[in-house]
Design a protein around this ligand. Structure first.
Ligand SMILES: [Zn+2]
Length: 446
């Protein structure tokens, strides 16, 4: 299994300078390659990354646009991995674009990268760096201190150095033996999780999980600091002769004052801090859920669709649903927890978890409701979580338990259930993981 460990670096100012230049190189090469790709494509050619790289290698030390003021090729100062990798990334980006296009999904063409608007990073191949405890030896700049040792042992595949706000990180990809990445569960429950706006998550065992508290304070600070930066920007516009809150013509470059730079850096640090709080919260939550459950059911939340709804967007991006889902997926593998993803259209909120009656009139505002058929009083989120849980235990309402409704009602619900996707299920592992019970459930469902 492939794991990535991201470690913070403690570079010297000279090393930071090199990192910045290497990121700039990677960005510029990407832009060159993308431009060339588009040009060749428009001319009826069939560009590919290898050919482009060759073409670039032929000119990179001689072409005037790759020479500095003194006519020296500045690429020589930067290790070649930084300017070789963008070609591979570009090929991947186009591949993803065409795959999405074919699949009928929303496809995004690779775009030009703009300084300050893109992620700063560059790649180092596995044979070009060496790890020694808390030091990494990178090409051309030598030893850089890391804040911790690499946690995984295995085959190192490569590394990416990147910047977040004013901190630098190295992400080391490692192919680890499967035995190393499996974790032990401490409990073997089965739970459904309803993701929501009011509470981040409601677990079918009754637990309600709220967003981390530091987030609210940080968000208030965010408003203040954004306002401060925006004032400086407006001042710069005014000084340059533009009106208040006008859009600048494309390509305008305002002079950047020291204070604006400082303000922007403070804001970037706060953004990074907020992202960290979120990531920490989601990591701890997903780890705990996978550790304590042999099967989990979540909804296939349409994050993009929900983000399109402005009112919901803020609340949702605040808790990082996309992150939640992807972390749950890889951690479920490590804990051998069965992850079931309910279809987007499965009416988990509308069904009565006790009898299966469908409350068609339920709106987003209804936090609580009473089942018209059996009279059960429901908390909206908990009821949804309970319905989701049923998908994993083979008691999903249509297949339902002998005691509850048979006949017509069950038929009606059955039509609405849609597909259930078990993300991963592996047999033949040790019994300590509760895998046997899992198998029984899968059989019951299929
Ligand atoms: Zn009911």
């Amino acid at each position: 299994m492939q794991l990535t460990h991201t470690i913070a670096l403690c570079p010297t100012p000279a090393q930071v300078d090199y990192f910045k230049r290497a990121c700039g190189t990677a960005r510029r090469v990407w832009n060159w390659a993308l431009n060339e790709w588009k040009k060749q494509y428009a001319a009826g050619g069939k560009p590919n990354a290898m050919a482009l790289k060759k073409q670039f290698n032929a000119i990179k030390y001689t072409d005037p646009q790759w020479l500095d003021k003194n006519g020296r090729p500045w690429l020589r100062d930067i290790h070649r991995d930084a300017h070789a990798q963008p070609f591979a990334h570009l090929a991947k980006a186009w591949e993803r674009f065409f795959t999405d296009l074919k699949a009928g999904k929303k496809a995004h063409e690779p775009r030009f990268k703009k300084k300050g608007r893109c992620r700063d990073s560059f790649y180092v191949a596995n044979d070009k760096f060496r790890l020694d405890g808390k030091t990494i030896r990178l090409p051309t700049i030598g030893d850089v201190a890391m804040t911790e040792e690499l946690r995984f042992t295995g085959t190192i595949l490569g590394a990416t150095v990147s910047r977040t706000a004013d901190r630098w990180f190295v992400a080391i990809q490692v192919e680890v033996p499967d035995a190393q990445c499996y974790r032990h569960r401490t409990a073997h429950e089965v739970n459904g999780i309803d993701l929501g706006v009011k509470a981040v998550a409601t677990v079918s065992n009754g637990e309600v999980i709220d967003a981390p508290k530091p987030l609210n304070a940080a968000l208030r600070r965010l408003r203040i600091r954004s306002r401060r930066l925006s004032r400086k920007l407006e001042a710069a516009k005014k000084a340059a002769g533009f009106g208040h809150h006008t859009c600048l013509p494309k390509g305008t470059r305002l002079p950047v004052s020291n204070n604006r730079q400082k303000s922007a850096a403070t804001l970037a640090r706060l953004h990074a801090r907020i992202a960290n709080i979120r990531a920490d919260f989601v990591h701890k939550l997903t780890t705990r859920l996978c550790r304590e459950n042999q099967a989990l059911v979540i909804e296939d939340v349409n994050v993009k669709g929900m983000l399109a709804n402005e009112k919901l967007a803020r609340a949702i991006s605040d808790v990082g649903f996309g992150m939640f889902r992807s972390q749950l997926e890889y951690k479920a593998r490590r804990y051998r927890t069965r992850l079931v993803i309910a279809d987007r259209w499965y009416p988990s909120s509308q069904l009565c978890s006790a009898c299966g009656w469908k409350n068609e009139a339920l709106t987003l505002q209804d936090r609580e409701w009473v089942c018209a058929k059996c009279g059960t009083h429901h908390d909206r989120d908990l009821n949804a979580a309970l319905n989701l849980k049923r998908l994993a235990t083979g008691t999903a309402l249509p297949v339902a338990s002998p005691t509850s409704n048979g006949g017509a009602a069950a038929e009606m619900v059955s039509a609405a259930v849609g597909k259930v996707t078990p993300v991963r299920y592996e047999c033949g592992q040790q019994d300590t993981s509760g895998q046997e019970e899992n198998r029984a459930h899968v059989c019951a469902r299929s």
